[in-house]
Ligand binder design. Structure first.
Ligand code: PMV
Length: 318
């Protein structure tokens, strides 16, 4: 039985998928139906500190606030910790800070579970490999498997039943010019979470049957775009991939539409700017906000159109 050390702390970046993960072949193990590819957000993410405490229960603190263990994030954290310890072992305090603007609708579960996994590995001195850390982080949230790494990251589906080959790996290529803009449009409307949303899509949307083929083709194109540093191929593929994923969501029953009027207006603005010659693309996850994709030389023009944009340069040293 592993005994915890005095305390451990770790950071993991948030990530944005260019080829999305949507749909599980195993719900308990978070095994995906398709491979995905993301870019990590550098300094934006979660820092988690773990320390053993006296008492019968864990204590989960998120951005300075003690969380109820009854449901939501804290309940997921406790069941995640239980995977790595014996019932009688000391309870833990989990203190997590996200420096991700919460209103931007960026899921903090990816960076949160990746940081937690890294901290668990340190606290118990497990000495897990990066691949093992990624496969275990996946059990907290699928996209957390990718947040173990920096830069471009691919999460391979794997074929094993135990999921230990379903982990992410970093790509060698860097792209210093690459920019992601976080566009906060609305903090309105608490939406259906990705877990429930994926299940509904897989269970009810006939259109979903085309998704694995779309994702496989897009993954190949994104690899090619990164290899050739072909920004327009990358942007176009990522945008079409996101819209294809949303098409399967909309074709679910009851319908799953994450878009708000502001989302559609922003998409049309991106298309209008592209029409005028600006190489600007977007991607979207399970929420109403857009993430813009562009290159450093176009940052001024993009900021002029979207003054509130928060720009991230994932490949530039801080
Ligand atoms: O792993 P989850 O539950 O955070 O699901 C992520 C789903 C999307 O954000 C929509 C796509 C992705 O690959 O990140």
């Amino acid at each position: 039985q592993a005994q915890p050390g005095p305390q451990a702390s770790a950071f993991a970046p948030s990530n944005i998928a260019l080829c999305k993960y949507w749909g599980k072949r195993d719900k308990a193990l978070n095994l995906p139906i398709n491979p995905s590819l993301s870019v990590s957000l550098g300094q934006l993410g979660s820092r988690t500190e773990l320390s053993p405490i006296d008492g019968a229960e864990d204590r989960v603190i998120l951005n300075g606030e003690v969380q109820s263990l009854e449901g939501g994030f804290a309940a997921k954290v406790v069941s995640f910790l239980d995977l790595f310890r014996q019932p009688g072992s000391p309870r833990l305090q989990v203190d997590t800070h996200n420096n991700i603007p919460t209103a931007a609708g960026l899921a903090s579960s990816a960076s949160g579970f990746a940081a937690l996994m890294l901290a668990v590995d340190k606290l118990y001195n497990f000495g897990l490999s990066p691949e093992q850390l990624s496969a275990f982080a996946r059990l907290g949230s699928g996209s957390a498997s990718r947040s173990i790494f920096e830069g471009f990251v691919e999460w391979q589906m794997g074929v094993r039943d135990d999921g230990m080959d379903s982990h992410a790996r970093p790509l060698a290529q860097s792209w210093p010019n690459f920019r992601i803009g976080l566009l906060t449009l609305t903090s309105a409307a608490k939406s259906v979470g990705s877990r429930a949303g994926m299940q509904r899509t897989v269970d009810t949307a006939h259109l979903y049957q085309s998704w694995p083929l779309q994702a496989a083709a897009d993954l190949e194109r994104i690899h090619q775009a990164i290899e050739q540093q072909d920004f327009e191929l990358l942007g176009a593929t990522a945008e079409q991939n996101a819209l294809s994923m949303h098409a399967t969501m909309i074709a679910s029953w009851p319908p799953l539409l994450y878009w708000q009027p502001e989302s559609v207006a922003a998409m049309q603005q991106v298309w209008a700017l592209r029409e005028q010659g600006l190489p600007l693309y977007f991607t979207m996850d399970a929420g109403p906000n857009l993430k813009l994709l562009f290159q450093g030389q176009d940052q001024q023009a993009v900021l002029k159109a979207f003054p509130s944009l928060q720009v991230v340069a994932p490949f530039e040293a801080a």
